[in-house]
Write a protein that binds this ligand. Structure first.
Ligand code: PNW
Length: 504
């Protein structure tokens, strides 16, 4: 409250219309507010009809020990059967859009375009039609981590042939859904797929291809994205008129102190720049090229582990992002690894990261709450890519299994406030924002132990019943007023963890 008053006084002093608008915390007209999910996290129905096996089906069935509670997405939220109920909940909350992803092997059981599952495709047609009938804009992610297992058996994202297979898959969806879908996401979070799936066991396929896997995967992701973009441009754009973008996970990377400005920039380039720089400028960021070449040499590799794009590929890739999709949850302080002064290279970036001990943490071990980092990151994106059209596709908070989720509401309030300041005061071109997530769902390696939903799902019951949480009611008010609402005060504080925002 005190901070709020001070901000008001400062704004009154500066006295600009823009600043007062910021203090009012209203959303600009035309700003789109929605929510999202991913196929494997919510659909269930893993083997109905002729659906093929995907990497997540394979991974959880063969390596349940990797999932925190040994669970899987066989049933998840049952959204394959309950999509109408989901859409009704999205509508009653008042969201403008729903971003869902398509399961590649549900549509193409063999993994390839030779066999199209009528049932699989029908499901996505039904879901899209249901959204449109309810006045909710469908935003479709073509790929949210669940490629066909058969493709993984041929190397998955480390095999360049995946580029053409992906394009063929995308074409089928543009054809089937493109009359209604006007905003497409090609690939969700390459950083996660490539870093956690090909150099660690955290995500499927869980292959540890040390030093090499991540960049090779990333290289093919960029090519698949760009070729899909070009195909849409050539075959669909004129008649469908949609836009296409990639979604990157971008944390706030702040200098640990003022002497680490360059380090914070390097962290950003290794994260967002890795994918965004090629899409906006045709090639990897210079600092990545220099650093990976240097460290590769020190490791005895004959050439840099970061692959190079030919001139032909650079031309294909350059300018293939209509908007930048960003998933933002958390921040880090960045500083240079002191070992490098001794000539020891521990990482390609040469950086170390930490958090401030005052930052509250969600139930996801990596999710430290630092709202200011959100605004910092948005301003960095504005400056790096000529203020691109930006859509925050995911932002959210994992909490305990609790309907009175004050900590989640507090998170949304603080993060949205920073976003509105970045938009209204600082001119960041953010046009949309998506809550992660509409439902509690299968949180990958964390199984069902971390709940991100504004609606609770009863996973222990075959009916997978949905119950709205307090944060859903809060969102309903925000959406009807198009303005941030104050955070309710807890009547009883059932959460015993320390350091949560309202306990400070
Ligand atoms: C996203 N980070 O992953 C995914 O797109 C979702 O499927 C997932 O459920 C959600 O975030 C919550 O985890 C992320 O370390 C994983 O900053 C890690 C980070 C961000 C996003």
């Amino acid at each position: 409250m005190k901070r709020y008053l001070i901000a008001t006084i400062i704004c009154a002093t500066i006295s600009t219309v823009c600043c007062c608008d910021v203090v009012k915390l209203t959303f600009p007209s035309g700003f789109s507010l929605g929510t999202g999910s991913a196929a494997y996290q919510v659909e269930g129905a893993w083997n109905v009809s002729d659906k093929g096996e995907n990497v997540w089906d394979y991974y959880v069935h063969n390596h349940p020990e990797i999932i925190a509670d040994g669970s899987n997405g066989d049933v998840a939220c049952n959204s394959y059967y309950k999509y109408k109920e989901d859409v009704a909940l999205i509508k009653s909350t008042g969201f403008d859009f729903y971003r869902f992803s398509v399961s590649w092997s549900r549509v193409l059981p063999t993994g390839f375009a030779n066999v199209i599952s009528e049932d699989g495709l029908q499901y996505y047609k039904n879901l899209t039609a249901e959204l449109v009938a309810n006045g909710i804009e469908p935003i479709v992610t073509l790929y949210h981590w669940d490629h066909p297992q058969v493709i993984e058996e041929m190397g998955g994202w480390t095999n360049e042939l995946i580029v053409d297979w992906f394009v063929a898959y995308a074409r089928i969806l543009f054809e089937a859904l493109g009359d209604s879908v006007k905003r497409w996401v090609t690939i969700n979070e390459p950083d996660s797929i490539c870093g956690d799936g090909y150099e660690s066991t955290r995500l499927a396929p869980g292959k540890i291809i040390t030093d090499i896997g991540k960049y090779l995967c990333g290289h093919n992701v960029i090519k698949a994205h760009a070729k899909t973009y070009r195909m849409y441009e050539e075959e669909f754009r004129d008649r469908q008129g949609g836009v296409i973008g990639i979604v990157l996970p971008v944390s706030g990377y702040l200098p640990y102190n003022s002497s680490y400005e360059d380090a914070a920039d390097t962290a950003f380039q290794f994260n967002c720049g890795w994918m965004a720089h090629p899409l906006y400028f045709g090639d990897y960021p210079e600092i990545m090229k220099t650093r990976v070449a240097l460290v590769s040499e020190s490791q005895g590799y004959p050439r840099s582990r970061l692959p190079e794009f030919s001139d032909e590929w650079k031309a294909i890739i350059n300018g293939t992002n209509d908007y930048l999709g960003i998933n933002h949850y958390t921040s880090r302080f960045v500083y240079n690894d002191p070992d490098e002064e001794l000539g020891i290279y521990n990482s390609d970036s040469g950086l170390l990261m930490t958090v401030d001990s005052s930052w509250p943490v969600a139930t996801s071990s990596w999710l430290y709450v630092y709202p200011e980092g959100f605004g910092y990151m948005l301003r960095k994106v504005r400056d790096e890519y000529n203020n691109p059209s930006t859509w925050v596709m995911e932002n959210g908070y994992s909490g305990a299994d609790n309907l009175e989720d004050y900590d989640r509401i507090n998170y949304f309030y603080e993060y949205l406030k920073e976003m509105l300041i970045a938009v209204k005061r600082d001119g960041c071109n953010v046009e949309g924002y998506g809550v992660w997530s509409i439902l509690d769902n299968f949180e990958w390696a964390d199984g069902y132990t971390n709940r991100f939903g504004i609606i609770r799902v009863e996973f222990d019951d075959a009916d997978t019943n949905r119950t709205t949480k307090l944060s859903q009611a809060w969102w309903k008010k925000v959406l009807s007023k198009r303005k941030l609402q104050s955070v309710p005060t807890p009547t009883t504080n059932t959460n015993t963890r320390t350091g949560l925002p309202w306990q400070k």
